[in-house]
Design a protein around this ligand. Structure first.
Ligand code: AMP
Length: 251
C-alpha cells in the first residue's frame, strides 16, 4: 500500500516576515524556509504507518522552484522512500496545485494521500478538499487521529470540528488533511540524513503535465497588522480600575 504526501516549502513559522515595499506580497529574500508544519505532521503519520507495517511506501511530492528539493531531501531524511519534484518557477494557486497533485496521483496510484490542512504562508486551506473532488475520492479533513480498520479497506478518522470531535469511517482510496494534534513530528537522525543524500529525487516539468495553471486571483494589496499600543504598568487594582474606567473607558 502506497501513501503520497504533498509538501510545501514555506517561510519558517518562527521568522517575522515583512510586507514588501510595493505592498504586493511578503519580502522573502534571505528568509529561512522550512517544510510546512502541517505537512511535517503528514510525513510523520505516514512514516508511523510504515513502521507499523500498515503501508509499504511513502512518496513525497512538492511543486515549486529548485529550492523545494531541500524540503524533499529533508522529508527523505525523516524516512520517506521516494521524492518527486514538479518543477516550476511560477507561483501557482491551490486549484492548480490540486490539479497537479491529481495528475501525480494518477501516475503513482497511491491508496492514501495525506497532506497539511493548510499552508501557513497563504492559509488557503483549499488544496486537500479540491484534490479529493478532482480525484472523486472521499476526504477526512482536519484529522486528529487515524486508525486503520482490520481489513485496511477503510480508516476511522477523528476530525476536529467546531465544538468537538467527529468520528468518521472513510473508505480507501482517500485524502486526509492533518490537524495539529495528530502527532508530534520527529527530528531526522544523522544516519538517516546521510542515507537521504543517496536517495534520488525524480523531477517532472509542470508544463509536461498539460495542466491549466492560469491564475484566477490577483493580490490587490497586503497590509501588515496595526502595531499594538505599548502596555502600562499599574501599582494596584485600584489604579487598574481607574485606568480602565476613566482613561480607556472600556468598562
Ligand atoms: P493550502 O490549500 O494552500 O493551504 O495548502 C494545503 C496543503 O496543500 C499543504 O499543506 C500541502 O500539503 C499542499 N500543497 C500546497 N502547495 C503545495 C505545493 N506547492 N507543493 C506540494 N504540496 C502543496
Amino acid at each position: 500500500m502506497r501513501v503520497l504526501v504533498p509538501i510545501k516549502r514555506v517561510v519558517d513559522p518562527y521568522v517575522k516576515v515583512r510586507v514588501r515595499a510595493d505592498g504586493q506580497g511578503m519580502d522573502l529574500q534571505n528568509v529561512k524556509m522550512t517544510i510546512n508544519p502541517f505537512d511535517e505532521i503528514a510525513i510523520e503519520e505516514a512514516i508511523r504507518w510504515k513502521e507499523a507495517g500498515l503501508i509499504t511506501e511513502v512518496i513525497v511530492v512538492s511543486i515549486g522552484m529548485s529550492q523545494v528539493q531541500e524540503s524533499l531531501r529533508a522529508a527523505l531524511a525523516l524516512g520517506a522512500d521516494a521524492a518527486i519534484h514538479v518543477t516550476t518557477d511560477k507561483i501557482i494557486e491551490p486549484l492548480a496545485v490540486a490539479k497537479t497533485l491529481c495528475a501525480i496521483a494518477k501516475q503513482q496510484q497511491p491508496d492514501i494521500i495525506i497532506m497539511g490542512k493548510q499552508a501557513i504562508d497563504d492559509d488557503c486551506n483549499q488544496t486537500g478538499q479540491m484534490l479529493a473532488a478532482l480525484l472523486n475520492w472521499p476526504q477526512a479533513t482536519f484529522a486528529s487521529k487515524i486508525t486503520f480498520q482490520e481489513d485496511k479497506k477503510s480508516v476511522i478518522a477523528i476530525r476536529e470540528v467546531d465544538g468537538g470531535l467527529e468520528t468518521l469511517e472513510v473508505a480507501l482510496p482517500l485524502v486526509i488533511t492533518t490537524d495539529l494534534r495528530l502527532n508530534e513530528p520527529r527530528y531526522a537522525s544523522l544516519p538517516n540524513i546521510m542515507q537521504a543524500k543517496r536517495k534520488t529525487i525524480t523531477s517532472i516539468e509542470l508544463t509536461s503535465l498539460d495542466i491549466d495553471t492560469t491564475p484566477h486571483l490577483k493580490v490587490l494589496s497586503v497590509t501588515p497588522p496595526q502595531p499594538r499600543k505599548p502596555g502600562k504598568m499599574v501599582k494596584d487594582v485600584a489604579e487598574l480600575m481607574h485606568y480602565l474606567r476613566e482613561i480607556e473607558k472600556v468598562i
